[in-house]
Structures are given as structure tokens and as C-alpha cells.
Design a protein around this ligand. Structure first.
Ligand code: F6P
Length: 326
């Protein structure tokens, strides 16, 4: 038997559909490999408070298809402090936990990285966020489900937009990254997509709308990422309204509906593969790294890279969205 005998698993940051599938994969892979498993509730907060519960094979039955996370999640300020991390380490020691799988996004991996610079207990990350903004993985768990939720909503809005010849601004999530906006924009045939990564878009948008107006487009759908520097959907709609008095403008903010729901097949399978790979990585004595997907293959990426490097928006997708929206 190797030195890993008992592992912990937690979910942290914004929840995403497929986190439960990842918890299930971690738990069952660990038990299959002869390890004990402890679920840590409420993310890093639970690590600091010692909020643990033993997970058995049946503790993770019937959760694969559910959104949210059975372990609950939180964003924990205390884990950013040396004192908080010390308490977390003491709880791990007291409970003889030899390694932890952390499921979350950028903030989660930053916490894991800092912890692993101070303490020996290995942390392995599984990327779970609807934002898909983690360097080193082509997909994060929950992204595909969120895209499908959004396109269903936008298709419905398109029906009413066409019926009234209206201009709709639809705000989607992605506080610092436009991956959700760009992909849903292409999938829904949006007339324009506003991303935080692209500057001065409102003036471009105005000329684009003028063209569409001249060509008598029956509806216009503009997807706005919530993090756009020129404002959210409401602010941008206000700026445009002044110049296009003939347009009837409406705004929809999709909000947290994007974070819920049953995960798609793609997210369930990705979560299962990555959960399995995270336990394998712990058994292989890996530490301070994330498991991710690159070109369909599972890879290991150091936290150092995953949190420091920025994932770039695809220029090909940007061009595609421009060409197809004429
Ligand atoms: O990181 C996931 C995410 O859903 C972002 O897209 C969004 O900006 C943020 O979380 C919202 O956070 P909260 O649920 O705390 O409002």
C-alpha cells in the first residue's frame, strides 16, 4: 500500500453542473483503489472548520445527473490567510487525510497552490466552472451545460424578437472572460457579441446595427458578457438606444439560471474522466496540479501554470462570428 490511504474531496467557488459527477468519480475511484474518502463540506471553509463526512460507495448514488453540489460550496476569505490555512492543515493531519481533490475554478486552484507551497499534503484540482476560463484545459466541467441552457433561452427570445422586429441585448455570465458569450453567440447566430477581451465594441456595434437596419433584419440579438468593460447589457442598451430611436430595444439578463440544471452527457463524461484522473494523480504522488482535457486527452497541468497564464479567446471563433452574422 502506498502512502495515500485516505483522501478528501471538496467543491469550491461558483458551483457548476457536473460537480456531483466529479465527486462521484473521485469517491468511487478512491474506494475501488482501497482508499478511504472524506467529503469536505462548504469548500475551504469546511476544511478550516473540520466539516467532514465519510463518503461510501452509496453516498454518491443518484447524484451523477444532478446540478449543484452535494458537498455545498463557498468562496472562503479565511483560506487566503496563513492562519486559515494552518487550521486547514491541522484538520487534515488530525483526520489523517493524505491528499485532497479540489473541484473548482481559478480561485480554488490559487488557494491550492499557496497551500502546497506551505504544506506537504498534496492537492489535485479538477476544473469545475461554467466560465471555461482555466488555462491548460480545453473544457471545464459545467461549461457545456451552461451553453445548452443559454441557447435554449436565446432561441426562445429570438422567436419573440422576430415577431416584434426588436433589438434584444442578452447578458450572459463570464465576469472576466468571454468564452460563454462567444460560443453561445455563434450557436445562436447572434448579430453581435460583446466580450471583455475585445475593446471599443459599442462604436462597432452601432455601425453593425446600421447595416442590419438598412437590410431590414427582422430581429437583432446582441450577446453581452457580464464583464464587458463598457457595461452590462442594460448600460450598453442605453448607449445604443439614443442613436437608434426607431429600434424597439429590450434587455434580458439570464443570471443564475445558467449555473443550474442537469449536466449534459459531455459534462458528465468529462467530470467522470477528470475525477478518476485526479485520484490516479494522487496515487502517482503528484501534487499542486490540475487534471484537464487537451485535444480529448487527459493531461496534468501544474497549478502554477493553470492560475498564472491566461487562456486566450479563439481568433477563429471571433472571425467566424463576424462572417456569419452579416
Ligand atoms: O465563476 C462562475 C460565475 O458564475 C461567473 O460567471 C459569475 O460572474 C460569478 O460566478 C457569479 O458569482 P455569484 O454566484 O457569487 O454571484
Amino acid at each position: 500500500m502506498g502512502k495515500i490511504k485516505k483522501i478528501g474531496v471538496l467543491t469550491s467557488g461558483g458551483d457548476s453542473p457536473g460537480m456531483n459527477a466529479a465527486i462521484r468519480a473521485v469517491t468511487r475511484t478512491a474506494i475501488y483503489s482501497g482508499l478511504e474518502v472524506v467529503g469536505i463540506r462548504h469548500g475551504y471553509k469546511g476544511l478550516i472548520d473540520g466539516n467532514f463526512k465519510t463518503l461510501k460507495v452509496f453516498s454518491v448514488s443518484d447524484i451523477l445527473q444532478r446540478g449543484g453540489t452535494i458537498l455545498k460550496t463557498a468562496r472562503c476569505e479565511e483560506f487566503r490567510t496563513a492562519e486559515g490555512r494552518k487550521k486547514a492543515y491541522e484538520n487534515l493531519k488530525k483526520n489523517q487525510i493524505d491528499g485532497v481533490v479540489v473541484i473548482g475554478g481559478d480561485g480554488t486552484f490559487t488557494g491550492g497552490r499557496v497551500f502546497n507551497e506551505e504544506y506537504e499534503t498534496p492537492f489535485i484540482g479538477v476544473p469545475g466552472t461554467i466560465d471555461n476560463d482555466i488555462y491548460g484545459t480545453d473544457y471545464t466541467i459545467g461549461y457545456d451545460t451552461a451553453l445548452n441552457t443559454i441557447i435554449e433561452a436565446v432561441d426562445k427570445i429570438r422567436d419573440t424578437a422576430s415577431a416584434h422586429n426588436r433589438l434584444f441585448f442578452i447578458e450572459v455570465m463570464g465576469a472576466k472572460a468571454g468564452f460563454i458569450a462567444l460560443r453561445t453567440g455563434v450557436a445562436c447566430g447572434a448579430e453581435a457579441i460583446l466580450l471583455p477581451e475585445v475593446k471599443n465594441q459599442v462604436s462597432n456595434l452601432k455601425s453593425l446595427l446600421e447595416d442590419g437596419f438598412r437590410r431590414k433584419k427582422s430581429s437583432n440579438i446582441i450577446i453581452v458578457a457580464e464583464g464587458d468593460e463598457e457595461g452590462g447589457a442594460f448600460q450598453i442598451a442605453e448607449k445604443v438606444k439614443e442613436d437608434f430611436k426607431d429600434y424597439s430595444v429590450r434587455v434580458t439578463v439570464l443570471g443564475h439560471i445558467q449555473r443550474g440544471g442537469s449536466p449534459t452527457a459531455f459534462d458528465r463524461v468529462t467530470a467522470s474522466r477528470l475525477g478518476y484522473a485526479a485520484v490516479e494523480a494522487l496515487l502517482d504522488d503528484q501534487k499542486s496540479a490540475m487534471v484537464g482535457l487537451q485535444n480529448g486527452e487527459v493531461v496534468l497541468v501544474p497549478f502554477r501554470k493553470a492560475v498564472k497564464l491566461n487562456k486566450a479567446i479563439s481568433q477563429e471563433m471571433l472571425e467566424l462570428s463576424k462572417v456569419l452574422s452579416i
